[in-house]
Write a protein that binds this ligand. Sequence first.
Ligand code: NAD
Length: 373
Amino acid sequence: MTTRRDFLQKLSIGIGAVTLLPTSSKASIFSIPSGNEKKLRVALMGLGGYANIVAKAMKTCKRAVLTGIVTGTPSKIPVWKSNYGIADKNIYSYETLHTIADNSDIDVVYITTPNSLHYKHVLQVAATGKHIICEKPLADNAQQAGEMIAACKKAGVKFFVGYRLHFQPHTREIIRMREAGEFGKIMHVNNYMGFKIGDPSQWRLKKGLAGGGAMMDVGIYALNGARYATGEEPLWVTAQETKTDPVKFAEVDETITFQLGFPSGAIASCGTTYNFNNYERFYLIGDKGFAELSPAFGYGPIKGRTHLGKMPQQDVIHQAAQMDGLADCILKDTPDPNMTGEEGLKDMIVIDAVYESIRRGSEKIYLPAQTTL
Ligand code: NAD
């Protein structure tokens, strides 16, 4: 039987080389381009659904430009060449990826492959010396995420997680208000994110490619949201799983509810599913006010209200705002702690604990104070 001490011990071995700094949203991520500033040159790796969304969004970017692709499917190349003007010398396969090291047209590789390939792909790209943006979830577990961060540090490359919502105006305003004390003491957070998944043969339902189910894919938004709603790292986690279709969800989780307890005493009650739609909300309650976003985590338009009334923010193209923001972080060497690999690791630590709690019949799993790990 695994004990709580075993869990904590495994955790600290896995991420032992990594120092986790407190999360903050205060770093400046937006700057006004002068027109002739250098742009961040990006290669997308894994040209699936999300890479297409990022590439289209980047056409509207001021500070980032798509210059390269990495694909294992040669039939995709002509379309990407014609849509985005990618030069032949900037097109790579997974086998030729190592030669990207010598390409001065590419600053960063943005990894948008299935979850369980992130670990291998980050290590491969780090070895080329290119900076990295990696999609969520960062890895299959905290141990892998810690190794990825360590490999990037050793290679001297910057490493970011693709958390687009940290660049989204409503989300940023709520974080600003919380930091300014406008909600008072945070008492409760109630976040959920899920959808009814289709095609039973897709990689998202295969543990070997997805790492897990709804929790890894979209529950991570509810979790990350609970962390930016409180500005704290959880001290304990409890979780429960329900499965209505054990055939379709034989390998991964279908519906999970989880609860987080924070050092201040705030509690988050969260949920995620692959089994129904219209499950998307962020709700923060403080002793002086509240904030609600619904929709909260998808591509938008995000809508919100607080105790002051309807939020006036205009939504943006999330991926364009993210890529312009990350261009600033990389080109100006001002890494925002909310976007770095460490932020992705912090979520993986909690996700590990969610699964551990479920394995142990919803037992309360205590986490070490993350800033001192
Ligand atoms: P997808 O299936 O549409 O695309 C995955 C791509 O990876 C495909 O082009 C596929 O050919 C390629 N690939 C390379 N090796 C593969 C292999 N061994 N098996 C299967 N595919 C392989 O998936 P997606 O929806 O684009 O998701 C990709 C990543 O992006 C995931 O990690 C997902 O969590 C993330 N994502 C993030 C957001 C967001 O809002 N941040 C949204 C969607 C997806």
